[in-house]
Write a protein of this length. Structure first.
Length: 142
């Protein structure tokens, strides 16, 4: 039996995932981090991106987060996400629309939208689209 670590992914709205993993990959601000069982304690800020959980038996669970905190203890990993969505539930059309809206707002100086807010929305939309693309590549669909 392989070693595992307990993982909880929670957002402001609800708990998204609770289970065991052999490995976790998360988008920390400093770059993607890989966490194995008995990892040294760590606290890191996360950027928008994909959290991948390799479960016992070879299954993989994918989630999109919009940012948050990652807490690592030797036997428990907690992802405290601003927003968390199962990768399979991501809406590509909505992400493309959000990306176009944010790009237009950033180009149009007359719009009453805050530039930093538009930039944050653009980053989140692009991260969602990248997560969708990676999920497609792993599943072998185009």
């Amino acid at each position: 039996m392989s070693m595992t670590v307990h993982v909880d992914i929670v957002s402001a709205e609800k708990s998204i995932f609770s289970g065991v993993a052999e490995m976790i990959f998360a988008p920390a601000e400093m770059g993607e981090v890989g966490i194995a069982p008995r990892h040294a304690p760590m606290l890191a800020r996360m950027k928008a991106g994909e959290v991948r959980i390799q479960q016992p038996g070879g299954e993989e669970a994918d989630f999109f987060i919009s940012g948050g905190m990652l807490e690592v203890q030797p036997h428990v990993v907690t992802v405290l996400a601003d927003t968390a969505i199962r990768a399979a539930d991501l809406d590509e059309a909505a992400a493309l629309e959000a990306k176009q809206r944010a790009e237009a707002a950033m180009e149009d100086k007359q719009v009453e939208m805050d530039y930093a807010k538009a930039q944050a929305e653009l980053i989140q939309a692009v991260a969602q689209l990248q997560a969708i693309e990676r999920l497609r590549k792993r599943s072998g669909t185009s």
